[in-house]
Design a protein around this ligand. Structure first.
Ligand code: NAI
Ligand code: MG
Length: 364
């Protein structure tokens, strides 16, 4: 069956890497209906809305979304760039990426990390996207209820309620249950044999216990997958020293945020790292990198992150030609080392690298 994809190239290098990756995708002749739409800074500058109503409509009508990159700027600059008739009307720039995650309830951020050059490791970080320390329960200047929580701490006593801050790490059964289940399903469908729950149970004892009980309960349904709980700091060390020992890593919001970027680093940088955001009723896929405005329009950006993002999307859509073929082609080009962008030590342009990947698909 034909699947429809909302393609939102966005800002900066977004359009270049999107168009390059779609040239590669073309080679696979898949039953996909690509429908282009607009999102991002240019929409904000012209219309005062970075996600126009027509784009929400497109997202409703399609099976998933491929996003290039979006420029964001501080609130004051955002206001200044509005057309005169929209300035001072109370419009505020809200990050489109955050709007997508909230409105579509995309609770899992999926970051596959693999060694493209010699296939030494292949793991995936799955980060919780909706709760944890980033849930928004962040206070400075404590009211009585919050002060009562921390008043015994000697540093709090020395500072007083007016000079203390509290951020709550919200961890719900609902939120962690769906995340862990998604982790197991992902491990199973991607051939991983180990699931690591990343936490800090020896310090965060109550929430740690809560999570352990939940993991044990869900793990019973997946006896073929080995599970473990590791401390986040130890995982950071081992991702660098022995990345090959990991399969799927599941983590709450902040731990996952940090490990995801560590993963992009382990992989070789932003020019290579793909990602997907997934919920029960929606999804979108985007490279980890941003819009890199300084490089826009120069045919310099590495398109590999976007090609790997397309591969991740194909797997998610269950296409007849799996994303694995695209990944193999990228691996072959990366391994040959003759056609690479500057960030991988080469001198080729965006289109040239995409072309090499497309040719590789023809060969295999
Ligand atoms: P960035 O990811 O755009 O660029 C950071 C550095 O990585 C740059 O030096 C760039 O040269 C390099 N780089 C990024 N993508 C590359 C590629 N494909 N090939 C080769 N090198 C690449 O992050 P930065 O500079 O912090 O942000 C720029 C804009 O992007 C900002 O407006 C920011 O808000 C936005 N942004 C958007 C994201 C998104 O759409 N999800 C994520 C991160 C940033
Ligand atoms: Mg981050």
């Amino acid at each position: 069956p034909v699947k429809s994809v909302a393609v939102l190239p966005g800002d900066g290098i977004g359009p270049e890497v999107t168009s390059a990756a779609l040239d590669v995708l073309d080679k696979l002749a898949l039953p996909l209906d690509l429908r282009f739409g607009e999102i991002g800074w240019e929409c904000w500058r012209q219309e005062g809305n970075p996600v126009p109503a027509r784009t929400w409509k497109l997202l409703e009508e399609t099976d998933t979304c491929l996003l290039g990159a979006i420029t964001s700027k501080p609130l004051r600059e955002a206001e200044e760039e509005l057309p005169a008739d929209l300035r001072g009307t109370g419009l505020t720039f809200v990050s489109p990426v955050i709007q997508l995650r909230q409105r579509l309830s995309l609770y899992a951020n999926i970051r596959p990390v693999s060694d493209l050059v010699d296939g030494r490791f292949d793991f995936t970080v799955i980060r919780e996207n909706t709760e944890g320390l980033y849930a928004g329960y962040d206070f400075h200047g404590l009211d009585d209820a919050l002060w009562n929580l921390v008043r015994e701490h000697p540093n709090a006593q020395a500072s007083g309620p007016g000079s203390s801050s509290v951020t709550l790490r919200l961890q719900t059964r609902f939120g962690m249950d769906r995340l862990i289940r998604h982790g197991f399903a992902y491990a199973r469908s991607h051939g991983h044999h180990r699931l690591t729950l990343v936490d800090k149970p020896n310090v965060l004892r109550h929430s740690g216990n809560h999570l352990r009980e939940l993991l044990e309960l869900i793990a019973v349904d997946h006896p073929e997958i080995e599970t473990e709980i590791l401390n986040v700091d130890a995982v950071a060390l081992w991702l660098v020293r022995r990345p090959e020992r990991f399969g799927v890593l599941v983590a709450e919001n902040m731990f996952g945020d940090i490990l995801s970027d560590l993963g992009a680093g382990v992989m070789g940088g932003l020019g290579l790292a793909p990602s997907g955001n997934i919920g029960d009723h929606g999804s979108y896929f985007e490279p980890v990198h941003g819009s890199a405005p300084g490089m826009a329009g120069q045919d310099r950006a590495n398109p590999m992150a976007m090609v790997l993002t397309v591969a991740q999307m194909l797997d998610h859509l269950g296409m007849p030609v799996p994303g694995g073929e695209l990944r193999e082609a990228v691996r072959a080009v990366a391994g040959r080392r003759t056609t690479l962008t500057y960030d991988m030590g080469g001198a080729s342009g965006t289109r040239e690298v995409a072309h090499a990947v497309a040719e590789q698909l023809d060969r295999s």
